[in-house]
Write a protein that binds this ligand. Structure first.
Ligand code: 5RP
Length: 293
């Protein structure tokens, strides 16, 4: 068993060398998966660009009616044609999203947290594989706390969802969570993303940080970037641009869309960066043009 002291500092990321074992699919690490998995991943990652704009509104599973999500039945119909994937709980989808939504579904399947006790690191699997199949989920999202007190239980949750998903060809999205006392460092995210990928997750969601391109290079599956706390639209578009430039295959933003005064235009501006190679400055100009009074 390798001990920590014996581990050499990683250094050869070959940043400029494309992933070698991609086979015939536009999704990193998916070459050896079966048809059903590839179909679900193609519902998530646009075959033309290989990228995705996920709109995350699963916050209610532990935050309740967080600002901006007070009325999903009003907000989601406005946004659904402007994103590639909806990331949501089964409760939100069944009550507030019409089943005529033709794009990707990232189904939140872990739960157990709330803003009351603030310990977000002890979750359980709340949605079984049969309900994920009923929901026609294109991936199942599991919160994974590496380095926090809930590490073992969250890795157990992740592994159970991956095992069930592999039985029924539904990919797993490993959501890298950061405990409130943990630092968002490149070293932490490098460790967490690689562990979750090695455990078998097919997509990983993490946060942007310094040396992000090394995190991407060391991760054998696609990374999408969460927006995190609300920023100014300009700063959020800069973070989106830096994420894509660093090798992310998309953004999975929530608060930076639904807490914007112009969520539709914000989603479109992110889409310009993700699918049309806009710079942050071009996307910001686009957003200003679309929102000027
Ligand atoms: C909430 C989540 C969200 O899906 C994720 O954090 C993206 O949302 P935001 O951009 O608001 O951070 O995992 O638990």
């Amino acid at each position: 068993m390798a001990d920590k002291d014996g581990l050499k500092v990683q250094k050869n990321y070959h940043i400029d060398v494309p992933f070698k074992t991609n086979g015939n699919l536009h999704v990193k690490g998916a070459a050896n998966l079966d048809w059903g998995m590839k179909k679900h991943l193609t519902n998530i990652f646009n075959p033309k660009t290989g990228n995705t704009v996920m709109f995350a509104f699963d916050h209610g599973y532990f935050m309740g009616s967080v600002s901006g999500l007070e009325r999903l039945d009003i907000l989601i119909p406005q946004l659904m044609d402007h994103v590639d994937v909806l990331m949501a709980t089964r409760g939100a989808l069944r009550t507030c999203v019409k089943p005529n939504f033709k794009k990707g579904i990232a189904l939140r399947v872990s739960a157990g947290s709330s803003m009351i006790n603030e310990d977000l690191s002890h979750e359980l699997i709340s949605v079984d594989i049969e309900d994920a199949i009923r929901m026609n989920a294109d991936c199942m999202a599991v919160q994974t706390f590496i380095g926090a007190d809930g590490q073992l239980s969250s890795i157990d949750n992740l592994s159970k969802v991956i095992n069930a998903g592999n039985r029924y060809s539904i990919p797993t999205l490993g959501v890298i969570a950061v405990g409130k006392n943990m630092e968002r460092t490149a070293q932490y995210f490098k460790l967490a993303t690689r562990i979750v990928a090695e455990l078998g997750a097919h997509i990983i969601k993490t946060y942007y940080c310094d040396d992000f391109e090394e995190i991407v290079a060391a991760c054998p599956v696609p990374i999408v970037v969460a927006g995190g706390k609300k920023l100014s639209e300009k700063d959020a578009l800069l973070m989106a641009y830096k994420s894509m430039q660093g090798g992310a295959r998309g953004l999975d933003m929530g608060r930076n869309i639904f807490q914007s005064n112009n969520p539709v235009e914000m989603a479109d501006a992110i889409g310009k960066i993700v699918h049309k190679k806009f710079t942050d400055k071009e996307a910001w100009e686009y957003f200003r043009e679309k929102t000027k009074k």
